[in-house]
Ligand binder design. Structure first.
Ligand SMILES: C[S@@+](CC[C@H](N)C(=O)[O-])C[C@H]1O[C@@H](n2cnc3c(N)ncnc32)[C@H](O)[C@@H]1O
Length: 378
C-alpha cells in the first residue's frame, strides 16, 4: 500500500447559522463528514468482478474515498492492480487509510472494536488508535475531538452520523423503536416521519454539509430519506439490513455487517495511492484510456449540471474500452444519462443492482461502460 498525500488547502468546516440547535453546532465542528460508507459494497464488488473477468487481468481504477468501506471491500476482493483513492476532505482519506490498515492487520472483532461497533474501553481504544495513527503518520485530530473518538469510535464521529444520532434521539423521545417499525406499527411510522422532518430539515443540512450538497433536489431531503426508508420496510428484508440498523438503531442487526468488516485479514496487494483533491480536477489530469473503473459515489449530486457533464466526459475519456463507471444518485434532479458523454449506460444492469441495493438511500444507480470500437462492451 502506498500513501501519497498531496498538498491541499486547509479544510474549512461549514459554519452553523446563528440560531442552530446544539447538535448541529457540534456536527459542524467535526472534520469527518461521512464515517461509514452507506453504499452497499456488494454492488461494487459485483461490477469489479465482472469487469476483471471480461478483461482477464487486474484493474486500474479511481474511487472517491468517502469513509473507506468500499475501498476496503475492493482491496479485500483483490481484483485491482492500482487504485487511486481521492477525496476533497483530508479526514476522509485518513479514515480510509485506517480502515485499510485494519483490513491488513486486524480480524473482524478488532475492526469492530476500534471503529466503535463493538464494546471497548475508551482508554484502550485510544491506546490502539494512537499507535495505528502514528504508524500511518496521521495527525491525531484527523477524526475530531480525541475524547469523543475514543469514546464512540471513528465510525460514529462523522457529521452524517451526527444527523442519524439526532434522528434516533428524536424518534426515541416519541417512543419509537426499530422493533415497532418492523412490526408495522402505524403510529411509530408516523413518529419516524416527524423525526425525519424535524432533524433533516433543509436549514440543518445546509449548515452541516453546505449548499452544494443539497442543490438540485427533487424533493425536501427529509422526505427523500423518509420515503426511501419506508421502502425498505415494505419491500426488503428490513430485519437484516445493516444500513437500516446503523441509521435507526446505531448498531448492526445480528449476523449482518458491512462486507469488508468480516473479510479475512489479508495483505493488500493493490497499489493504493491517496490524493486529497477534487475528483473532477484529479480525473482531468489522468491520461486517456488509462483506467478500467471510475467510481464517483454520489459526487454528481453535489455538482451543477455543467460540472457534472464535464466530469462525465472526463470519465469517458480516461476509461479504457470495456471499462466501467459507477454513479449513485441520491435526491438530485439531474438527468445523468442525458448529459453528453461517451458512456453507454447499462439500464438493465443498473436496475438489477438498484433492486439488490441494501443501502436504500439512492433513488438511482448509473452503471455505464466505455464502448469498444465495435460498440460492444468487450
Ligand atoms: C459524495 S459523499 C457521499 C457519501 C456517500 N454516499 C457515503 O455514504 O459515504 C462521498 C465523499 O465524496 C467527497 N466529495 C464530495 N465531492 C467531492 C469532489 N468534488 N471531489 C472529491 N471528493 C468529493 C466527500 O468529501 C465525501 O467524503
Amino acid at each position: 500500500m502506498t500513501a501519497i498525500m498531496l498538498a491541499s488547502k486547509k479544510r474549512r468546516n461549514p459554519k452553523p447559522s446563528p440560531k442552530a440547535e446544539n447538535w448541529v453546532e457540534e456536527a459542524c465542528r467535526k472534520p469527518v463528514a461521512f464515517s461509514q460508507v452507506r453504499e452497499d459494497a456488494l454492488i461494487d464488488l459485483h461490477i469489479a468482478d465482472s469487469v476483471a473477468s471480461k478483461s482477464g487481468r487486474q484493474l486500474d481504477g479511481v474511487i472517491v474515498a468517502s469513509g473507506g468501506c468500499t475501498v476496503a471491500a475492493l482491496a479485500a476482493q483483490g481484483k485491482f492492480r492500482h487504485m487511486q483513492v481521492v477525496d476533497i476532505n483530508r479526514s476522509q482519506i485518513a479514515l480510509t487509510m485506517l480502515k485499510l490498515w485494519l483490513l491488513e492487520n486486524g480480524e473482524s472483532i478488532q475492526r469492530m472494536q476500534i471503529l466503535g461497533h463493538s464494546p471497548m474501553s475508551p482508554r484502550m481504544r485510544g491506546v490502539f488508535l494512537k499507535q495505528i495513527m502514528t504508524t500511518l503518520q496521521l495527525p491525531q485530530d484527523s477524526f475530531g475531538d480525541w475524547s469523543e473518538v475514543c469514546l464512540i469510535g471513528p465510525d460514529h464521529c462523522g457529521r452524517y452520523e451526527a444527523v442519524f444520532a439526532a434522528l434516533r434521539k428524536e424518534f426515541k423521545i416519541n417512543g419509537g423503536t426499530i422493533e415497532l417499525l418492523l412490526k408495522g406499527d402505524n403510529y411509530t411510522h408516523q413518529a419516524l416521519e416527524r423525526a425525519f422532518a424535524r432533524v433533516m430539515n433543509q436549514k440543518n443540512l445546509v449548515a452541516i454539509f453546505g449548499e452544494d450538497a443539497t442543490a438540485n433536489k427533487t424533493m425536501p431531503f427529509w422526505q427523500h430519506f423518509y420515503n426511501q426508508t419506508e421502502m425498505v420496510f415494505f419491500f426488503r428484508s428490513a430485519a437484516r439490513n445493516p444500513y437500516l440498523f446503523q441509521m435507526l438503531a446505531g448498531d448492526f442487526p445480528a449476523n449482518s455487517i458491512y462486507p469488508w468488516l468480516n473479510a479475512p485479514s489479508k495483505e493488500i496487494d493493490t497499489d493504493i495511492e491517496f490524493t486529497v483533491d477534487n475528483i473532477s480536477t484529479h480525473i482531468a489530469k489522468q491520461p486517456s484510456s488509462s483506467l478500467d473503473f471510475v467510481h464517483l459515489s454520489n459526487t454528481l449530486d453535489w455538482l451543477s449540471e455543467d460540472a457534472a457533464s464535464s466530469l462525465l466526459q472526463q470519465a469517458g475519456r480516461v476509461l479504457r474500452p470495456g471499462g466501467t463507471v459507477i454513479i449513485r444518485q441520491l435526491n438530485s434532479s439531474i438527468d445523468i444519462r442525458a448529459l453528453p458523454n461517451d458512456i453507454a449506460w447499462d439500464g438493465a444492469l443498473s436496475r438489477a443492482m438498484l433492486i439488490r441495493d441494501r443501502s436504500f438511500f439512492y433513488r438511482n444507480l448509473h452503471i455505464g461502460f466505455k464502448p469498444c470500437k465495435s460498440g460492444s462492451r468487450s
